[in-house]
Write a new protein. Sequence first.
Length: 614
Amino acid sequence: MNPHPLPYDQLTHDQIIFALGEEIGDPELFVGRKKEMARLMKWAEGTKRRISGSMGILARRKKGKTALLQRFFNLLYTRHDPQLIPFYYRVYETRLTRQDFAVQFYCALLSQYFAFTTRTPELVARPLSLDGLEDLAKDDPQVAADIVAMREVLENTPGWTWPHAQGAGHRISQLNDVRIIQILDEFQYLNKWIVTSDERDKVELLCHSYMGAAESKFSPQIVAGSYIGWLAAIFRHMTARYSQWHLQGLDSEEALAAVYAYAYAHQVPVTEETAPYLAEVCENDPFYIAATIRNDSEEKDLATRAGVRDALAYETVTDQGEIAAVWGEYLADAIRRVNDQNAHKMVLYLARHEPEVRTRTQIKDDLKLEMSDPELDKRLKQLVKADILAQGGSNFHFRGLGDPVFAMIFRRIYGAEIEQISVEQIDEDFKKRLASVEQQLASARGEVSLHKGEAAEFKVRYQLFIASLRGARLADLCVPGNLGAEHGKRRLGPFKSIRKNRFYVDQKRSFEADLHAVHDRVALDRVALDRGVSADAEDVDLIIEVKAWERGVPRSAVEHFVEMKEAVASQLEHRTVFLFYSESELAENLAALLREAGIGIVDPARLAGYEASP
């Protein structure tokens, strides 16, 4: 496998080498995160000049942290810059002795090192033993010597096994003039699940052993964790070792794209009206969006706003909800640490006053708490560490999490006890909040298009897929008179894939198709028989250019697509129709240019009309 010549942000899914299996599942469910990925790539480039220091990424579970880091690994692996070698290690909730952990970590690091240098991605999933690594290292004298040293440490001074394993990234990077970028996920578990070999109940605090390693500019780390308060407390003991980055939710466009991506994957109907509403009520949170779309309530209907409200309510106010289950884990952990009614009162109090910050004194006076300042401070910091409160800018200021979904779940569990109101009333209050989002959405955005850039591509892909399920004819989607007569009766689908694709014309030129819809030829034979036509009559793929510019499409964009058609049409294996989709009306001269080039013009209203069709 050769290094890929394209920049990371121009790689399509088919071009990425997924050496590390991504927990998100279908790679196409990774949506957005462009700003975050650009930041990581800039940081990685900085490591080559040794100007990038170690960083810590803090995000609660299901915020997309692991998906971001695993995609970062795979992009670095695919690009194959010989100076940037990625290493991903996730610390699992599994008890290990320090020595066993050290050997496991060391073998994983060197296996991924050779997976990169020898272009053998299987080594990422199946790390080699020391014996296997020794055989592989024969042509790399520095690594071979390091393995010999590891064996000597294991035999003679086993207490030094972890320091040797931990320092391997720095040593090999320095000696071979490379940068092994260490991505350590769920870093905080190093302080919980690693125990001494002779006293198995004594937990090692291995996070603190990174005081020196974090300073390495040859092999810096990105450490991440899903318990923000816990990890932040660890960082406070490692002053200035890690720059801290709090990972936020998706922006509005990315959240909308995520709605369409999950709706497409799970074949769940949404509409142009409900998709942005679903993103908003889910707080642009990728996990909330995914859980709401895939929830298994019997009467789920995401094609109406009321149905979206009911689906999110099911996820949050019933015991079967996936969102409620995740927050339940956090709450169970927190309650084990701080199980008293005053703690519950403080969480509810700060949730009601979001996004305002409250001082310790204000909290004590408003809730009439009868406890000393040191005891109150201890309680509040325990709640912060348990990730159900947040620090408010100083050690004496506190705030809620800023997450209405969490606030509702917490209120439902403890509100009846503390606020003396019924669960039914709490549920009704939550539905009112969801309804208010509908009003805010209409007020803030009015008639302005909600679909831009990437979101529009995901929307069109979803709508095209739905239209194919409805048996739509190709001509039904286009502006009348803008598609050749020979295509008038062709029906859409079934599609094998609808995704971005890049076509290489020569060594200097390539074109990216926003959407390339490829028919499933095996299924097409069967479906065509049902339709009473020959498969050949329906067998045509689609290449679609998607534009969602509010100010209109410039002539240069149309000319570029015409050039693309002329350049790649002869290279395609199957008959292909080229289509142009624009959410703003095309000028007549541009429409004429497309017609002359044999390119159909999609009518957005016609395409969207299939969303809610029976």
